[in-house]
Design a protein around this ligand. Structure first.
Ligand SMILES: Nc1ncnc2c1ncn2[C@@H]1O[C@H](COP(=O)(O)OP(=O)(O)OP(=O)(O)O)[C@@H](O)[C@H]1O
Ligand SMILES: [Mg+2]
Length: 269
């Protein structure tokens, strides 16, 4: 039994081999190489953090994993299948970077809508909606239109929607972005609880403290290329400091001359 569990944990759920993606303009001239020869493996039960500064290729990679964008070259496999295959899609849940919710639908109706997309029978849909509304702390607001929800509440509705199909792989693009510290903490606890329940989670983030708290493994991208990868537990100290050492210490800003106030002692000339 233990051996079975260990073998299961070794199962590669997401694999990217030599993936590249170049965006092109209307005349097919290359504009940006968003992902450059990326190799990545996510094993069952992991919480894998795809990290990197703005524009480093995290969302592009996620969209390719989901089959929403076609890679320019390389191969992607989810559970050993193509991302666009029905088998892979049935096991997938996705929280997009921006929560696209219909403002006139209530939280409960939103969940019912996504349950319908997963072809869930009505009875199961109702049970799961109730459980997810409870799990995400939305029971009291369940019958209010989501258009009136705060950013954190809307994020929780989107997260609940991504879980209605009982995914084996949950892909979260910036799950804690825009959330206050309390909601952030709740979402992080929720992610860890889901992983303990056996779900595999791939999340992108540029919030490194959050990634350090939640992720078991990570990869740092910069300009579409891998600059570091490994187990979070093996980082000596702070993931933020490690990140900066890999993607640069930040830019030294030279003040625009018209902004200089000459009377400031020691101010820029
Ligand atoms: N549809 C698109 N058309 C053209 N260029 C794109 C498109 N999507 C992304 N890009 C470019 O690809 C690069 C990577 O973008 P991507 O959105 O993957 O970055 P990211 O790491 O998710 O950034 P952020 O942290 O800001 O969300 C950027 O230079 C971006 O401008
Ligand atoms: Mg992004």
């Amino acid at each position: 039994m233990d051996q079975d569990n260990n073998q299961n944990k070794q199962e590669v759920v997401v694999s990217l081999s030599d993936i590249s993606k170049t965006f092109r303009d209307f005349w097919l001239r290359p504009t940006v190489k968003a992902v450059d020869r990326l190799n990545l493996n996510v094993k069952r039960g992991e919480i894998f953090g795809l990290l990197g500064p703005n524009g480093s290729g995290k969302s592009t990679t996620i969209k390719m994993i989901l089959g929403l964008l076609k890679p320019g070259s390389g191969e992607i496999r989810l559970f050993g299948k193509a991302p666009t295959s029905a088998e892979a899609r049935a096991k997938l849940g996705y929280l997009p970077e921006l929560s696209y919710l219909h403002p006139f639908m209530t939280a409960r109706e939103t969940l019912d809508y996504y349950a319908g997309l997963c072809s869930l029978p009505k009875k199961i849909a109702k049970e799961r909606s109730n459980e997810l509304l409870e799990m995400t702390g939305l029971q009291e607001a369940a019958d209010r239109p989501v258009g009136g929800f705060s950013k954190g509440m809307a994020r929780r509705v989107a997260l609940a929607s991504s879980l209605i199909g009982k995914p084996e792989l949950l892909v979260l693009d910036e799950p804690t972005s825009g959330l206050d510290p309390v909601s952030t903490d709740e979402v992080k606890t929720l992610i860890k609880t889901l992983a303990k329940g056996g779900m595999t989670i791939l999340m992108s983030s540029h919030l490194l403290a959050d990634a350090q708290d939640v992720c078991s493994s990570f990869m740092i991208l910069n300009h579409g290329k891998t600059v570091a990868e490994g187990r979070v537990g093996q980082i000596n100290g702070d993931l933020g400091a490690f990140f900066l050492s890999k993607v640069g210490e930040g830019r030294d800003f030279k003040i625009a001359p018209f902004l200089c106030v000459e009377t400031v002692p020691g101010g820029a000339k």
